[in-house]
Design a protein around this ligand. Structure first.
Ligand code: PGA
Length: 264
């Protein structure tokens, strides 16, 4: 956790929760986080069907509501897809791109991901680009090359003027939804390498201001230990964020660390 960068705690609901659950969730979470440090950014990435309810019940709160995907075309014959214009028409300005579940189950390649990032940034949206190696890649000792190539290819031809709207989430695939978390040192070391990859492409200043999150079985027990690391600027949280009280407990722990630093 670096003093000068924003700390982002983002919940990713994946394909969970209905609009009625969304209403209850936001009614519980929003008042609880109002007095949190201004250095914390709270995001919630909901299914499309929940967006309107999430926006309505988080109105005037500090939560940013985001989508979990978008298409790279403006409109057209793309059954089941959603465009950035559609998201923006609702007021959604944040989107996750390249989640490992999209890569694995929906065959999203770095090339497709790059097109989506390009489209979202050109539409003035902010992007969380997810990267991370599989267990097979980790066991083969090629996790560094994999993550580096996901970043280089994902951000190909993305102009540096957009980089303040890009955040990277390092999510080792073997840690997602498995209860197996990377150790804080493993996670920090990969996040450092991600920062140096960004530096190689965009220079020191941009690399030092880019937020890099960790995701993969983050929960109340391990969140502090991981998020306190110097190159980790927050977390992308799936399972442990589905319940607003549980998500709040994590936010509260991180908020206490930030407050202790006294730089609020
Ligand atoms: P998890 O999911 O916290 O349930 O492991 C994280 C993610 O996929 O973003």
């Amino acid at each position: 956790m670096n003093r000068s960068r924003k700390i982002i705690l983002a919940s990713n609901w994946k394909m969970n929760l209905l609009p009625e659950d969304t209403k209850i969730y936001m009614e519980k979470l929003c008042p609880m986080i109002e007095s949190m440090s201004s250095r914390l950014d709270i995001h919630t990435y909901v299914p499309y069907i929940d967006i309107q309810t999430a926006l309505e019940y988080s109105k005037n709160s500090r939560i940013k509501i985001g989508a979990q995907n978008c298409h790279f075309e403006n409109f057209g014959a793309f059954t089941g897809e959603i465009s950035t214009d559609m998201l923006l028409s609702l007021g959604v300005k944040n989107v996750i791109i390249g989640h490992s579940e999209r890569r694995k189950y929906f065959c999203e390649t770095d090339e497709i991901i790059n097109k989506k990032i390009n489209k979202a940034l050109n539409s003035n949206m902010s992007v969380i680009l997810c990267v991370g190696e599989t267990i097979k890649e980790k066991n083969a000792g090629i996790e560094l090359e994999i993550v580096e190539s996901q970043i280089v290819n994902g951000l190909k031809n993305i102009n540096n003027k957009y980089l303040n709207n890009v955040c990277i989430a390092y999510e080792p695939v073997w840690a997602i939804g498995t209860g197996k978390t990377a150790t804080s040192l493993e996670a920090d070391s990969m996040c450092k390498k991600i920062r140096s990859t960004i530096e190689k492409i965009y220079g020191k200043e941009i690399s030092m201001s880019t937020s890099i999150l960790y995701g993969g079985s983050l929960n109340l027990e391990n969140a502090e230990d991981i998020i306190i690391q110097s190159d980790i600027d927050g977390g992308l949280i799936g399972g442990a964020s589905l319940n607003p009280e549980k998500f709040y407990e994590i936010i509260d722990r991180v908020n206490n660390i930030v407050k202790k630093e006294g730089k609020d």
